[in-house]
Design a binder for this molecule. Structure first.
Ligand SMILES: [Zn+2]
Ligand SMILES: [Zn+2]
Length: 348
C-alpha cells in the first residue's frame, strides 16, 4: 500500500509499504479520508515525538478485513476512528473517560500507525472498546474526518451549561476555535463571538459563511470594552481559550460574567506553561475554570450526530483536498495562512 512515512523529523516520503495483516482481534481499515491537524504538523516538523512512522488521526474509513475472533464488526462497515484507546480497566476508563486513562494512554497516530496511508490497523484494544464509530453512508468522508476534532470540542464544552447562556466568546479562530463556536451555536447559545488577531482568518470565516454572530479582530478593539459593550456590562457567560497564548487566560477572566465558565482548551507552551493569576477573581466571582484534553467515546457519538443531522455543517469547513502523493503540498497549504486553509484533507 501507499503511505506517508516519516523518515526523520521534517522528512516525509510517500512509499510503497507492506499492507498490514490484521492479527487476532484486529481490524484492517481502508482509509477514505484523513485530515491534517495541528498536532500532525508538530510531529512532521520534528517538534513533537510519536512512536510510529505513519501519523494521522482524523479518519473516515471502511472495514476491509477482520482478524480472527473479531465480533460485532462486519466487512464493509463504515466508521470514524476514535483516536484514544484507554487501558480499559482503570477508574477513568470504567466511567468511559478514556481520555483521562490513569494507565498507559495510547492513541492512533501516536503509538499506532495512523491514517495517512491506504490502510491501517485498528488494534484489538480499540476494537474491544468500540473505537470504530459507525457513520452512515450519506456522510461525506471528508466531513467524517471532523468527528475527531469536533469530539474534543464537545468534550471541552460539556462542562459548560450553555443552553441558557447569552454570550460565549472564543479566543482563537483556527479550526478548533471554529468548532468550539459551532458547538456553542448548536447547543443554543444566544450570541457567539470569535476573537482573533488575524484579519485573514476572520475574513475566511466570513467568506465561508460560518454561523457565528461576531468576528472580532482583538488587536483592533479593546476586547474587554467590546465584550462589556455587547453584554450590557455583564460580561460573557463563557470564554474558550482556543489559542496557545497564556495571557488569554487573564483576558478571559476580565471579560467573564459573574459565575462564568472559562475553558482552557488549548495546551500552553510546554517549555513555559506557568502563569500567575489573580485567584480572588475566581474566588469572588465564582468563576469555573475547566481543562479539556482529547475526548472519549460518548463525545464521538455526539460529534457524529451533530454532523450527520446538519446541526453543525461540516462541508463548509473543509477547504482543501489532496491525494496522498501530494502530501507535502497539503502540509504546506495547511501551514500557510495565506492559502485560506481551514481544514485540509487527504483522500488516498
Ligand atoms: Zn487532531
Ligand atoms: Zn484506563
Amino acid at each position: 500500500m501507499k503511505a506517508a512515512v516519516i523518515q526523520k523529523p521534517g522528512v516525509i516520503e510517500i512509499q510503497e509499504v507492506q499492507t498490514p495483516e490484521p492479527a487476532e482481534g484486529e481490524v484492517l481499515l481502508k482509509i477514505e479520508a484523513c485530515a491534517l491537524c495541528g498536532t500532525d504538523q508538530r510531529v512532521l516538523s520534528g517538534e513533537k515525538h510519536v512512536d510510529v512512522p505513519i501519523v494521522g488521526h482524523e479518519i473516515t474509513a471502511r472495514v476491509h478485513k477482520l482478524g480472527p475472533g473479531v465480533k460485532g464488526v462486519n466487512k464493509g462497515d463504515r466508521c470514524a476512528v476514535q483516536t484514544v484507546i484507554g487501558c480499559g480497566y482503570c477508574p477513568m476508563c470504567n466511567i468511559h473517560r478514556e481520555n483521562l486513562c490513569e494507565n498507559t494512554f495510547k492513541a492512533i497516530g501516536y503509538q499506532f500507525n495512523g491514517g495517512f496511508a491506504e490502510y491501517m490497523i485498528m488494534p484489538k484494544a480499540g476494537v474491544d472498546q468500540g473505537c470504530l464509530i459507525p457513520v452512515p453512508e450519506e456522510l461525506p468522508a471528508e466531513v467524517g474526518t471532523l468527528i475527531e476534532p469536533l469530539s474534543c470540542c464537545v468534550n471541552g464544552m460539556n462542562y459548560i451549561p450553555m443552553e441558557d447562556m447569552d454570550h460565549v466568546v472564543v479566543f482563537g479562530g483556527g479550526i478548533i476555535g471554529v468548532l468550539n463556536s459551532l458547538v456553542a451555536r448548536a447547543r443554543g447559545v444566544g450570541c457567539v463571538t470569535i476573537m482573533d488577531v488575524s484579519q485573514e482568518r476572520l475574513d475566511l470565516h466570513k467568506r465561508l459563511g460560518l454561523p457565528v454572530d461576531n468576528l472580532i479582530h482583538s488587536g483592533k478593539v479593546d476586547p474587554v470594552e467590546w465584550v462589556m459593550d455587547h453584554t450590557g456590562g455583564r460580561g460573557a457567560g463563557a470564554v474558550v481559550v482556543a489559542a496557545s497564548v497564556k495571557s488569554l487566560v487573564h483576558l478571559g477572566m476580565k471579560v467573564l460574567a459573574r459565575g462564568g465558565h472559562l475553558s482552557i482548551f488549548a495546551g500552553m507552551p510546554k517549555s513555559d506553561p506557568i502563569e500567575s493569576i489573580d485567584l480572588n477573581l475566581i474566588h469572588y466571582n465564582e468563576f469555573n475554570i475547566h481543562g479539556a484534553t482529547s475526548s472519549a467515546h460518548d463525545q464521538y457519538l455526539t460529534a457524529r450526530d451533530f454532523l450527520v443531522s446538519g446541526k453543525i455543517r461540516g462541508e463548509q469547513l473543509v477547504t482543501h483536498r489532496f491525494k496522498l502523493d501530494d502530501f507535502d503540498e497539503a502540509v504546506r497549504t495547511q501551514a500557510d495562512p495565506s492559502t485560506g486553509a481551514l481544514k485540509v484533507v487527504i483522500i488516498p
